[in-house]
Design a protein around this ligand. Structure first.
Ligand SMILES: Nc1ncnc2c1ncn2[C@@H]1O[C@H](COP(=O)(O)OP(=O)(O)OP(=O)(O)O)[C@@H](O)[C@H]1O
Ligand SMILES: [Mg+2]
Length: 307
């Protein structure tokens, strides 16, 4: 089992399946000068970033800023035009598919899977990089898959057909598949986009407790502020900012990149940034009076408030 003082404790807490094999040295992810273009249009350009070992690095940025493209290039689902990606000191471009899949698990933004399979079959796909072509699932594989399903609160669905699951259920099963792969790096593209708030919090907690180096595109900035150790912000295909949540999530950055006005406070329990966004002027009530929930504003009450 790969072990550092940090991740040994994390695994005990998170019950993430133990992992055999790779180098005990954890450097994390290093992305150097990665670019990818399509039909002459540069989509991500000269990306430089690091994702520290055993931490969660959040990849932020507006729609179309290049997050999915970058994650796909990092995971070698699309070879970058130039640049190099190292994981724990190993150049990912030099690895065979099977070796890559033992080190890195991806949950894509629009993850598809063959329809005529059970949920357990989908999770067992995570064991494929460890088997020969003719080998079936072992009892250990099944135990790992069931353990991962339990972690994402989906064990009761193990025998269900994949095609019958809701979007959020599928997302949780894909995370279970990624855990079952026992990677060093988790690459997650909007892992909470279909999840209700309870499951979003629980998924991010689970990822955090896993102690795996994680690189995750996120849209929910408060979720990113709460769970990420390090943030990278993309804007039109380039890195606009990187650092801790407090360093990155400033009103100025939010205005410059997302074109929104926000107040940035401090969460009373986590000490992390807490963002509140200003709605556009047109949704504010047409009165100087504060809006009181439950009190319906009729033209008469608004007029009375003004007099
Ligand atoms: N194969 C392609 N052909 C043409 N344009 C592409 C291709 N792939 C990506 N793009 C464009 O590149 C830009 C970045 O796309 P990408 O999916 O990486 O954005 P994103 O940051 O993940 O956005 P979102 O938050 O909406 O998921 C978009 O404008 C997209 O339309
Ligand atoms: Mg995307």
């Amino acid at each position: 089992m790969t072990s550092t003082p940090h991740d040994a404790g994390s695994r005990d807490a998170g019950h993430t399946p133990a992992r055999a094999g790779h180098s005990p040295i954890r450097h994390g992810l290093d992305v150097h000068d990665v670019s990818w273009s399509v039909k002459g249009t540069v989509i991500v350009d000269g990306i430089e970033l690091t994702a520290p070992a055993t931490k969660i690095t959040g990849l932020l940025g507006p729609n179309g800023s290049g997050k999915t493209t970058l994650l796909r290039a990092v995971a070698r689902l699309a070879a970058p035009d130039r640049g190099v990606v190292h994981l724990d000191g190993v150049d990912l471009a030099r690895l065979r598919r099977r070796d890559l899949a033992q080190r890195l698990a991806v949950v894509e933004q629009h993850a598809g899977t063959d329809h005529d399979v059970t949920v357990l079959d989908v999770v067992l796909l995570g064991r494929t990089p460890y088997r020969s072509a003719l080998q079936g699932d072992s009892s250990d594989d099944r135990a790992l898959a069931r353990q991962a399903l339990a972690q994402v609160d989906m064990l009761d669905f193990a025998e269900r057909r994949w095609s019958t699951l809701s979007g959020g259920e599928k997302q949780r099963v894909h995370l279970a598949r990624a855990f079952t792969q026992q990677p060093a790096l988790l690459v997650l593209d909007e892992p909470t986009n279909h999840l209700d708030i309870a499951h979003a919090l629980s998924l991010m907690s689970l990822v955090r407790r896993s102690g795996l180096t994680t690189f995750a595109a996120l849209h929910d900035l408060n979720l990113a502020a709460t769970f990420c150790d390090h943030l990278v912000v993309l804007d039109r295909g380039r890195v606009r900012a990187s650092g801790t949540p407090h360093e990155v999530l400033t009103p100025q950055l939010l205005r410059d990149v997302y074109e929104v006005d926000a107040d940035v406070g401090v969460h009373p329990r986590t000490g992390r940034p807490l963002l509140t966004f200003h709605p556009p002027d047109e949704v504010l009530p047409d009165t100087a009076e504060p809006w009181i929930p439950g009190a319906s504003a009729t033209p008469e009450t608004v007029a009375r408030g003004r007099s």
